[in-house]
Ligand binder design. Sequence first.
Ligand code: IDP
Ligand code: MG
Length: 138
Amino acid sequence: MSDLEKTLSIIKPDAIERALENKIKEEFISNGFKIAKEKKIQLTKSEAELFYKVHETKPFYSDLCDYLSSGPIIVMILEKNDAVKENRKLMGATDPKKADEGTIRKEYGISIDKNSVHGSDSLENAKIEISFFFKDQQ
Ligand code: IDP
Ligand code: MG
């Protein structure tokens, strides 16, 4: 039996800019996710740096934080059995060129940096990321 889980999803600036938000939300809904909470916000660069702190030693860290704070994003709490793993599966590989057919990144991603969606990579990080954006949730 799998557990009902919550995970954090972000529709990134490149997708919002191309007006893909409803199409991407529909991908989640048609794949059995419930969008339990959502909000459209724009991060400052320092907020993006906090969110992506785990990547602070990577060469692309500064560009990544510039990009995530470059325009509006939609942050969502998604619910489903095995939500963390199921969302990573639906998102596809980080690099859209390597993502499987039928995944969101394959369908909508432009490049490894503009890959349209973020998803938590573990249940522990899902809890941390959900409370980063939705203070009273877990
Ligand atoms: P993930 O989003 O699939 O979990 P991570 O390795 O956690 O991938 O990287 C976080 C984000 O950093 C990616 O979604 C992507 O936007 C960006 N990124 C990852 N690797 C590279 C790279 O080699 N060059 C530029 N950007 C990258
Ligand atoms: Mg990651």
